[in-house]
Design a protein around this ligand. Structure first.
Ligand SMILES: NC(=O)C1=CN([C@@H]2O[C@H](COP(=O)(O)OP(=O)(O)OC[C@H]3O[C@@H](n4cnc5c(N)ncnc54)[C@H](OP(=O)(O)O)[C@@H]3O)[C@@H](O)[C@H]2O)C=CC1
Ligand SMILES: O=C1OC[C@@H](O)[C@H](O)[C@H]1O
Length: 422
């Protein structure tokens, strides 16, 4: 069983252990079809849909009908289509979930939008910025009653992300480090993540989260990619990065660093023996922000200033567990020499599992990032007020631009563009 299938089992076990039963569906519930018998679809859509009265997963298509039938039976999906195009053109379907390999996102999302379907599109939205500009600026999205298109960067929809962002002013961010990792062996050699033609690579995969969170912390785009170093897969997969580390500067003068590793190893005692062993140490994604010191006036003749460090641990999967640690360092300094006289440090730990301040779509403590995202997708399609969390097309384009610039700085090719680009 691969890591993504494990995510499904854990999510399903959680539902069972909590004794949750599917809710009754409304008459006008949105009917979803899934492109591909994808590993990620249960945790990202099928399980969250069970608790949403406005969502029914009605169809799946796979390249091999037998595979689709087995998947449909396992996950309780009534309709099986013979091809992705047949599913897209099924008039009984309102929404398409596209969890195909990244290199197929453009072709099938555009086909679905042209068929009038709303699309929930897996991250990274596309293979590169050229595709992103073409898709998100396509006339099909500006026509009256245009369908909804959303990049499924699920972590941005969870209340914990909003709480994290509220802990500092983005203009004050001085140093931000964002990291995500998975232990070596999590994906075998046949995995889509090692296929350049399907737009694979660590920067496209976990790098998507690390870079998106870094950009999200600064709330703006990097002015420059100052360094980028890739660790490539062994041939013949060496057009794909197994790991990427990159540094950036931002318009406020701040510095950012992202790292994404799909094959963490070592870090144990006896390195001569253990250096190739998979390592679980760096597998919890985190984003850490250090702010510029803020002057707070004077106290007893001394100058007072404050600096914050905000660390959000497990920002990718905060529904399982997370911690936002806010450490405030207060310094009293001699006004003449500028030397610190006294420093005090305090740490506050915070969490958020619902949006208490929101009237519509407040959420439930147990909702996953995917469930929160589904809520907002449905709200948008139905024209309802929601939590306010959203990822618009321009954001998705800027994310792909930052991705491309990272690959270029690392001396690598950007991922290939769909041949049918419009
Ligand atoms: N949001 C999240 O937490 C996660 C998101 N993802 C994203 O979801 C997408 C899919 O990831 P994941 O579910 O792990 O991937 P899978 O390996 O399960 O692949 C998804 C589907 O791609 C289809 N496919 C079509 N053409 C090919 C091809 N040439 N080679 C291989 N597969 C093909 C297969 O469909 P068929 O059934 O027709 O054979 C397969 O079911 C990616 O964009 C990934 O970045 C992945 C994991 C987590
Ligand atoms: O989006 C993702 O999240 C979880 C990871 O296991 C996976 O590689 C990635 O695609």
């Amino acid at each position: 069983m691969g890591i993504v299938q494990w995510m499904n089992s854990i999510a399903e076990f959680g539902e069972w252990a909590a004794g949750r039963k599917p809710v009754t569906k409304k008459e006008d519930a949105l009917r979803f079809g899934i492109l591909g018998a994808a590993n990620i679809a249960p945790v990202a859509l099928i399980i969250p849909a069970r608790s949403h009265a406005d969502v029914i997963v009605v169809a799946v298509a796979a390249r091999d009908r037998k595979k689709a039938e087995t998947y449909a039976k396992r996950w309780g999906i009534p309709i099986v289509h013979d091809s992705y195009d047949a599913l897209i053109n099924d008039p009984s379907i309102d929404c398409i979930y596209n969890p195909l390999p990244n290199g197929l996102h453009y072709r099938y999302t555009l086909a679905a939008l042209k068929a009038g379907k709303h699309v929930l599109l897996e991250k990274p939205s596309l293979s590169n910025a050229e595709e992103a500009r073409s898709l998100f600026h396509h006339s099909v999205l500006s026509a009256p009653k245009a369908p909804v298109l959303l990049e499924a960067s699920h972590y941005r929809f969870h209340p914990a992300w909003r709480l994290f962002r509220a802990q500092f002013n983005k203009e004050d961010a001085e140093d931000v480090e964002s990291r995500a990792g998975l232990f070596a062996g999590a994906f075998d050699s046949s995995d889509i993540r090692w296929n350049y033609d399907l737009a694979g690579g660590a920067t496209m995969d976990l790098g998507h989260y690390a870079l998106s969170a870094l950009r999200g912390a600064f709330g703006t785009e990097p002015t420059k990619v100052t360094s980028a170093t890739a660790r490539l897969r062994d041939p013949p997969y060496d057009r794909c990065d197994e790991a990427m580390t990159a540094t950036y500067t931002f318009p406020n003068g701040g510095r950012g660093r992202m790292s994404a590793d799909l094959g963490t190893r070592g870090g144990y005692w006896f390195p001569w023996l253990t250096s190739r062993w998979p390592s679980f140490r760096d597998c919890l994604a985190s984003v850490t922000v250090r702010t510029q010191p803020q002057a707070l006036g004077s106290e007893n003749g001394l100058e007072k200033s404050e600096q914050k460090m905000v660390k959000f641990t497990n920002f990718m999967g905060p529904h399982g567990w997370h911690r936002i640690a806010v450490t405030t360092t207060t310094t009293l300094s001699d006004p003449t020499s500028g030397n610190p006289v006294k420093k005090t440090r305090s740490t506050e730990k915070k969490t958020a599992y619902t949006f208490p301040e929101v009237t519509a779509s407040k959420g439930e403590e147990w909702w996953s990032t995917y469930r929160y995202m589904l809520e907002e997708f449905v709200n948008k399609v139905k024209g309802r007020e929601g939590s306010g969390a959203w990822i618009d097309g321009e954001e998705s384009i800027r994310q792909m631009e930052a991705n491309d610039r990272t690959y270029e700085k690392a001396g690598m090719l950007v991922r290939p563009t769909c041949k049918e680009l419009e």
